[in-house]
Design a protein around this ligand. Structure first.
Ligand code: ATP
Ligand code: MG
Length: 421
């Protein structure tokens, strides 16, 4: 991508109406645009980050047998009345709207009801099960406060998977598979396993607890108690003497931490399937209940947390798997031989499959360096008269302060070698 074709402009100052570091940085770097509090749009850079995150999540969800679907945002009121969740007293953060006829519709904040209802058209026998469906889709929630940038949106991107199993033990096995896949996802996106905790939490419908996935962070809204040695954690919401004892934990070994909930998984039993009449016939012809689970990950929240976590005083510092492009290539000065060499390198890198932003603009070097840092791509390559005199191109990784001049062939091999797909 040529920088001259990228419409975004970076900003030196953070917008005055943003309090959170993630939104300030992502707006300054041109990744996102604020529509209103808790509602953001994504530019090519931001969308590519979302796509990279989604791709990792998709790979792991496909690996456990998920079918990717895309459910509608508008939801049928009748279904939610059937499960008793339409009433604002039951769910207090719904956005709802009205059709021209006056009939009410819901604007999706979760999809247990519609997915269960949809599967009534496809599932009748034990041979049709188990079924695992997931989607990566915008959710809408009328959050009371939305001051944390992408960490808490009123419109945000979620991955939600729903499982439909024949027996409790079939469900339990799958539930543990998803929990393991979640830990893999968080590690792959850049959160090392020493800051990510599977955490006992409230919201258990069929089980005593739900399982949250919490990343330790001072910006977190959640308080959790962690046992580092046992690698266990318990959310403050369920931090009672009885639960601590039940989990075999010891108050003396637990330390209090702030954390961000990036995922949450629930055993639902047959609450939704029974209410909506989704059943199956077993081998002996008997009607049986279907055991469900639901499994969420906040995709846009993950992006916000990565921006919060991986940054320095100069800007973003994306983990390699998530960075929207791998290289920021900048040509300095007007000399024809510099442009020619930079054009050639851009071409060669693109052909080698290395993703590049090529800053071909007529801007001062300081401007280009500042943007390279702010964008947070893993590598910066500079082409200048000086670098050409020294026999090549100046290479610097985003996290180091030193540079080296390397000839084109070597540069290509370094940048394609460490390529992460
Ligand atoms: P929270 O307690 O933070 O409000 P939640 O428990 O209501 O979240 P879930 O219904 O468990 O959220 O949703 C699944 C996942 O979606 C959460 O683990 C979180 O990562 C993400 N998520 C939930 N609400 C938001 C939001 N308003 N903005 C961004 N991500 C969100
Ligand atoms: Mg939750």
């Amino acid at each position: 991508m040529r920088r001259s074709q990228l419409f975004i402009k970076t900003r030196k100052e953070a917008p005055a109406d943003e309090e959170s570091k993630n939104a300030q940085l992502l707006i300054r770097a041109g990744y996102i645009h604020k529509e209103m509090a808790g509602v953001y749009s994504y530019t090519l850079l931001g969308k590519t980050v979302i796509d990279n995150l989604s791709q990792i999540i998709r790979q792991e969800m496909n690996a456990v047998g998920g079918n990717e679907v895309l459910m509608s945002t508008l939801q049928n009121k009748d279904l939610w009345e059937t499960t008793g969740r339409w009433d604002d007293k039951a769910v207090d953060n719904w956005f709802k709207s009205k059709l021209v006829s006056g009939a009410e519709v819901g604007i999706g904040l979760s999809h247990e009801e519609p997915i269960t209802n949809m599967l009534r058209s496809y599932i009748s026998s034990y041979k049709d099960l188990p079924v695992y469906t997931y989607q990566i889709q915008d959710k809408f929630r009328n959050e009371l406060r939305a001051k944390s940038g992408l960490l808490r949106g009123r419109e945000f991107l979620m991955k939600d998977l729903y499982s439909f199993s024949r027996t409790q033990s079939e469900h339990d096995k799958f539930y543990e598979k998803v929990a393991a896949a979640y830990l893999m996802i968080f590690e792959r996106v850049g959160f090392a396993d020493d800051i990510t905790y599977r955490t006992f939490a409230s919201g258990g419908i069929f089980s005593r607890f739900s399982d949250e996935f919490q990343v330790l962070s001072h910006v977190g809204e959640d308080t959790i108690y962690v046992d580092e040695a046992k690698k266990m954690a318990i959310n403050k919401e369920v931090y009672t003497d009885e639960n601590i004892e039940h989990l075999g934990l010891n108050k003396g070994q637990l330390s209090e931490k702030r954390a961000v909930e990036v995922g949450n998984i629930f055993a639902l039993g047959s609450k939704y399937s029974d209410a909506l009449g989704l059943k199956f016939t077993d081998e002996s012809g008997q009607q049986q209940s279907i055991i469900m689970g639901c499994y969420g990950i906040g995709v846009s929240r993950l992006m916000g947390l990565l921006a919060e976590h991986f940054a320095d005083e100069h800007g973003l510092v994306w983990p390699a798997n998530i960075a929207p492009y791998k290289v920021y290539l900048a040509s300095l000065g007007e000399a024809a031989e510099v442009s020619k060499a930079a054009d050639g390198l851009y071409e060669a890198l693109s052909q080698a499959g290395v993703s590049v932003i090529y800053d071909d603009r007529d801007e001062r070097p300081g401007e280009k360096f500042a943007d390279a840092d702010l964008f947070g791509l893993p590598y910066r390559v500079v082409v200048s008269q000086k670098s050409l005199e020294q026999g090549g191109f100046e290479l610097k990784s985003r996290t180091s302060t030193s540079t080296e001049v390397v000839p084109q062939e070597k540069l290509l091999s370094i940048l394609s070698d460490s390529r992460q797909d």
